[in-house]
Design a protein. Structure first.
Length: 98
C-alpha cells in the first residue's frame, strides 16, 4: 500500500467511526423518545384519574353544601313558624282580653 491508499483508508475509517457515533447517538435518542412517550402516557393516565377525583370531590362538596342549605332552611322555617305562633298567640291574647 502506498501513502495515498493509506490516507484514503484512514479517511474511510474516520468516516466509518463518525457514522458509528451518529448511529449510537440516534439509538440513544430513540431510547429517550420511548421513555418520554411512556412518561407522557403515564402522566395522561394520572391526569385522567386526578380529573375524576376532582369531579367526585366537586360533587361531594355540592352535596354537602346542599345538605347544609337544606338544614339552614329547615331552621329558618322553624323560626318563621315560631314567630307566627308567637304573633298569633299575642293577637289571640289581645282579642280575648277585650
Amino acid at each position: 500500500m502506498n501513502s495515498e491508499d493509506n490516507k484514503e483508508w484512514n479517511l474511510i475509517m474516520q468516516l466509518q467511526d463518525k457514522i458509528d457515533q451518529a448511529n449510537h447517538k440516534i439509538d440513544e435518542v430513540a431510547i429517550k423518545i420511548e421513555k418520554i412517550k411512556t412518561l407522557i402516557r403515564d402522566y395522561n393516565g394520572l391526569k385522567d384519574r386526578i380529573d375524576l377525583c376532582e369531579s367526585r370531590l366537586d360533587k361531594y362538596d355540592a352535596n354537602r353544601e346542599g345538605q347544609k342549605n337544606l338544614s339552614q332552611s329547615g331552621w329558618q322555617k322553624l323560626g318563621y313558624l315560631t314567630g307566627v305562633i308567637g304573633a298569633t298567640a299575642a293577637l289571640l291574647s289581645l282579642w280575648w282580653r277585650q
